[in-house]
Ligand binder design. Sequence first.
Ligand SMILES: [Fe+2]
Ligand SMILES: [Fe+2]
Length: 288
Amino acid sequence: MAQHNRRNEILAAIGRAPMLSVGAARIIDLAARADHELDDIIDLVKNDAPLTAKLLRIVNSPAYGLLEPATSVERAVSYLGENTVVSIVLEETLGPLLNRPLDGYQSAGGDLWRHDLRVAIAAKEIALLNPRRCQPDTAFTAGLLHDIGKSVLSGFLRDEYHRIIDELMTRAIPDYTAGEREHLGIDHAEVGFTLAENWQLPEIIRMVIRHHHEPALAPEETRALVYTVHLGDILAMMGGYGTGTDNLFYRLDQSYVDWLNFGPGQIGPVMLTVEEKFTETLQVMQLR
Ligand SMILES: [Fe+2]
Ligand SMILES: [Fe+2]
């Protein structure tokens, strides 16, 4: 019974979470469409003066070493690339949620955002091997948002996480989300999905958030993308970028092999590429 009370409390907390800015909602909406192009992103950025100013400032920072300063949105966006633009927009609008320490997962401020970036990069690399089934830039955007539910659930886990760890150690529960459901009546995937509904995020992104720990349950037309982020999530944790107490307490659904053009032998090489791109991306993000 206590569990149901917490569920209602958590649902109320989701209702109090910040809303997405209109500009960010438009960019995510576009980035989730399979047939979008960089020009569409450029058009949206052009209508957003503060974002334009920020992107120009980043691309013209000494770290980029451009010989001629970039003065147009076209040049700035082409140079930074869609993924960086989406990351900057998301951090701008959801920064307070993404960067807060996750006490309930015993992880420091910034850990969730670094995990999300790492998953986004890994998901894109996996998607590049499956471009017909899974648009790589959509995989990146979905990866950035997959764990957003943790930012709200964390506060409610503070007194529960050690019990969940005990149960995982004795194998009383199969994974971390089962512990969240048992102790709080809801897991971070459902919390994130509800947030995504409130924000009216595109259906495909909502499905990734909802099913990223149980990809087999995702609607068939979204399953390749969900498996991509599911695997990217595990690779990020294996690379040392989890979010604390739950790290690697999730199951890898081995059916990824059937859904993705990817086998266990490719994990090592992809992880090396992810490491390299992650370091580059962090450098750019620090320029903001
Ligand atoms: Fe997760
Ligand atoms: Fe994750």
